[in-house]
Ligand binder design. Structure first.
Ligand code: MIC
Ligand code: SF4
Length: 640
C-alpha cells in the first residue's frame, strides 16, 4: 500500500509507537522555533529542566511579536531570551529581522525535516515539504531538551488541486475555500496533504500561505510535496543544497479527500468573526472600508508585497482608508527598497511599519470604533484587532490593495485592472540580525531576569477528590484569544502570569477572574472546539493560577488540550453533548477517586446539589495520564 508524504516523514522520525491514526507516537524533532510572546515561558521552562545544550539540529528564538517596547517589559523579555539562547546553543533572531515563520522558510526550513514551534502557525514550514507542528511552549522546551515530541498519529486528508488560479485569485483564496468547506474544527486530528497537478502552479510562498492557515482548520499540520519550485525557492535564498525531492506514493491511501478546482475559484473573504465564515467578495458586495492591513505570517512574502506594489504604483490610497503594510522579513524589505517597490507603496499614501507581527496581534494599528478593516492575516476573532466592535475581513493581498484604492471591498477580477506578473529574484544572504550562540556557553552567560519576569505557576499532584465551582459556561469555538486576550496592553506581560490572570476571559466575561478568586477551586464548561486558535499556554497557565481544576466541554482544540494537560488541568469531553445545557453557573461539581478515574474510559462528574452524574471521556494516553497524576508535564519530567 502506497504511503502519504506525511507518513513518510513521520516514519523517518519515528522513535516510539505505531504509526496508525489514533495511536500515540513519539517522533524526533530536527528543528524548533520560538517567538517572544510564548518564548519567555519556553526558556523559563528550559532553564527549569536544567539541560545543557539543546538536542535538536537547530533551534531558533525569534523576536517578532512584542516589538513596540512601550516600556522596559518587552526589552527585558528580549534580553532574557537572548541570554538563555546563548546558554543553550539556540540562535537568536533580533527584533526587526521579521516574522518567525517567514524567516524560518527563508533561512532554515528544509524538505523532509520536522519542526516544532511554540506558535500555532508553525505549519507554514509545510510549504517546503516539512512536517512543521505548532505546540505549547512547554512541549517545545521539552523538544529542545530531549529532541523528541509525542503526539497522536493523525489521519491524513488529501486535498487534490486541479488546474491553475486565474489572475486576481491567489493562494489565500485557496485556503479560504478549504476553510469554508472544512470549517475551523474540520482539521482536528488530521494532517492536510496537498497533491495534484495544480501544486506545480504554486510557488513555495503560495504553498506556505495555504499551510499557514491550516492552523485555522485546527489541523495538526499541512504539507506540500517538495519539487522543482521548492528547489528554485531554496536556490533563490542561497540554500539550494537543502533541497530533497519528496512526495507521496502514486497509490497512497488517504483517510479523506477534497477536490479543489483552482480555475473555478474567485476572490474570497472571511467575514467577521471567524476564518471559516467565507463568501465570495462579489457576493459580499462593495462595503465601505476604513482600514486595510497587509502583512502577517500568512501574506507578507516578497511576491505578495510586489503584487501590492504593482497595484499601488502611480495610484492614491482612498482618502477614507488607512493602508498599513508590514513586510515579512528584513530581506524582503531591503529588496523592495533596492528595486523601488517600497517607494511605489509609500508614494501611494501607505504607512510602512516594522517587519513584525504588529497589527495581526493587536500591537498597534487598532482600527477606529465600528470600523471595517480588511486584513491579509489569518485570524479575525472578535476584538483581536484591539477594537471590540470592529469588523475584520480576511482577504488576499490583491483584494486588499485594490480595495484600498477604491475605498470599498473590490473584486479585482471584475475591476478591469491588469495585474502584472511578478518575476522571481535571488536574495543576498544576510544574517546581520542573527546572534549565534557560540556553542554551549552555560557557565559564562548569566540569565538576564528583568523585574517583569515572574516564576510560572506549577500544579500539584491530582488529589483523591476534586470539588470545583462552575465559574464560566461558555459557547462553541472559544478561542485562546477569548481565554487569554493579547494586545499592546497585555503582550508585555507574557512572562508575568499573576498580572495576566486579572484579564483572563476579560473580553467575554469581565467578572471571571474575581469569581475564580472567590471560588478558590473552579471548573469551566465549554462547547465544541474549546481553545481553538493560538498556541499560547498562558490560556492554561492563567486559569491554573486562578484555581481552575478541570474543563468539561463538547470537544477540545488540539494544542489547547495539550496545554491544559501540561498544566495538570483535566480536559474532559462530555459523553452526551446534550447534557451541556444541564450545567449552571455556580453549581459545584465533584470528581471522586480522581487518580483512578483518569486511567479509565470515563470520568464521572457529579453535581453536588442535584446528585446527578455525568459521564465524561478523558481520552488520555499513557504519557498524559502520568502528567495529570503528577500535576503537569514539568512535575512528570522531574519525578520520572
Ligand atoms: C497568534 O497568532 O495568535 C499568535 C500570537 O502568534 C499565537 C502565539 C501567542 O499567543 O503568543 C499563536 O498563533 O500561537
Ligand atoms: Fe504573528 Fe500574526 Fe503570524 Fe501570529 S498569526 S505569528 S501574531 S503574524
Amino acid at each position: 500500500m502506497g504511503k502519504t508524504l506525511a507518513y513518510k516523514i513521520l516514519e523517518n522520525h519515528l522513535v516510539e509507537g505505531t504509526l496508525s491514526p489514533g495511536e500515540e507516537i513519539t517522533i524526533r524533532i530536527d528543528q524548533t522555533l520560538t517567538q517572544d510572546s510564548t518564548g519567555t515561558m519556553v526558556y523559563l521552562q528550559l532553564e527549569a529542566m536544567e539541560v545543557d545544550k539543546v538536542k535538536t539540529e537547530l533551534s531558533v528564538a525569534y523576536i517578532d511579536h512584542n516589538t513596540l517596547q512601550t516600556g522596559f517589559e518587552n526589552a527585558d523579555d528580549h534580553e532574557f531570551i537572548k541570554s538563555v539562547a546563548r546558554r543553550h546553543g539556540v540562535l537568536f533572531s533580533k527584533p526587526g529581522n521579521g516574522i518567525c515563520h517567514q524567516l524560518h522558510l527563508e533561512n532554515y526550513g528544509a524538505p523532509g525535516k520536522t519542526l516544532l514551534g511554540s506558535d500555532s502557525h508553525t505549519p507554514t514550514g509545510g510549504g517546503l515539504g516539512m512536517i512543521a507542528i505548532g505546540a505549547g511552549g512547554l512541549d517545545v522546551a521539552v523538544a529542545m531538551a530531549k529532541g523528541t515530541y509525542s503526539l497522536t498519529s493523525p489521519k491524513v486528508v488529501k486535498v487534490q488541486l486541479n488546474g491553475e488560479l486565474k489572475p486576481w485569485v491567489s493562494a489565500k483564496d485557496v485556503i479560504l475555500y478549504v476553510l469554508k468547506k472544512l470549517t475551523v474544527k474540520g482539521g482536528v486530528g488530521k494532517i492536510i496533504e496537498y497533491t495534484g497537478e495544480g501544486v506545480k502552479s504554486l510557488s513555495v510562498t503560495d504553498r506556505a500561505t495555504i499551510t499557514n492557515m491550516g492552523a485555522e482548520l485546527g489541523a495538526t499540520t499541512s504539507v506540500f510535496p517538495s519539487d522543482d519550485n521548492t528547489y528554485e525557492y531554496l536556490k533563490s535564498q542561497g540554500r539550494g543544497d537543502a533541497y530533497t525531492p519528496m512526495s507521496a506514493d502514486e497509490d497512497a491511501v488517504y483517510d479523506e479527500e477534497l477536490i479543489v478546482d483552482l480555475d473555478q475559484l474567485t476572490p474570497l473573504a472571511a467575514m467577521p468573526h471567524s476564518p471559516d465564515n467565507v463568501d465570495a467578495v462579489s457576493n459580499i458586495g462593495q462595503i465601505k472600508v476604513d482600514q486595510v492591513a497587509i502583512g502577517s505570517c500568512t501574506n507578507s512574502s516578497y511576491t505578495d508585497l510586489m503584487k501590492v506594489a504593482a497595484i499601488l504604483k502611480g495610484k492614491k490610497v482612498h482618502p477614507d482608508v488607512s493602508l498599513v503594510i508590514s513586510p515579512g522579513s528584513s530581506k524582503i524589505m531591503a529588496k523592495m527598497a533596492e528595486n523601488g517597490a517600497l517607494a511605489a507603496i509609500i508614494n501611494a499614501g501607505a504607512r510602512v511599519i516594522e517587519n513584525a507581527c504588529g497589527p495581526c496581534i493587536g500591537m498597534g494599528q487598532s482600527p477606529k470604533s465600528g470600523a471595517v478593516s480588511l486584513r491579509t492575516f489569518n485570524r479575525n476573532f472578535k476584538g483581536r484587532s484591539g477594537t471590540l466592535d470592529a469588523d475584520v475581513y480576511l482577504v488576499s493581498p490583491e483584494t486588499a490593495a485594490i480595495s484600498a484604492i477604491y475605498g470599498v471591498l473590490t473584486d479585482g477580477m471584475t475591476s478591469g485592472e491588469v495585474l502584472p506578473a511578478i518575476d522571481a529574484v535571488d536574495f543576498d544572504p544576510n544574517d546581520n540580525f542573527v546572534v549565534y550562540p557560540a556553542g554551549c556557553d552555560k557557565c559564562n552567560t548569566e540569565v538576564a531576569m528583568g523585574p517583569n519576569i515572574k516564576p510560572f505557576p506549577r500544579n500539584t499532584a491530582l488529589p483523591e477528590t476534586i470539588e470545583a465551582k462552575i465559574v464560566l459556561h461558555a459557547g462553541d469555538n472559544i478561542t485562546t484569544d477569548d481565554i487569554m486576550p493579547s494586545d499592546s496592553r497585555l503582550l508585555p506581560y507574557r512572562s508575568n502570569i499573576p498580572h495576566l490572570s486579572n484579564y483572563c476571559f476579560e473580553k467575554i466575561d469581565s467578572g471571571f477572574s474575581a469569581r475564580c478568586k472567590e471560588a478558590g477551586s473552579c471548573a469551566i464548561i465549554g462547547g465544541d472546539n474549546y481553545g481553538q486558535g493560538s498556541s499560547r499556554e498562558h490560556a492554561a497557565l492563567a486559569p491554573l493560577y486562578l484555581g481552575v481544576k478541570f474543563v468539561v466541554a463538547k470537544s477540545f482544540a488540539r494544542i489547547h488540550r495539550s496545554n491544559l494537560i501540561n498544566s495538570g488541568i483535566l480536559p474532559l469531553v462530555l459523553d452526551c453533548p446534550d447534557e451541556y445545557d444541564d450545567f449552571k453557573m455556580g453549581d459545584v461539581l465533584v470528581i471522586e477517586n480522581a487518580p483512578q478515574q483518569v486511567k479509565g474510559d470515563f470520568v464521572i462528574v457529579k453535581n453536588k446539589e442535584t446528585g446527578k452524574e455525568y459521564k465524561t471521556k478523558p481520552n488520555f494516553s499513557e504519557l498524559e495520564i502520568n502528567m495529570v497524576l503528577k500535576g503537569g508535564k514539568i512535575n512528570a519530567i522531574k519525578e520520572g
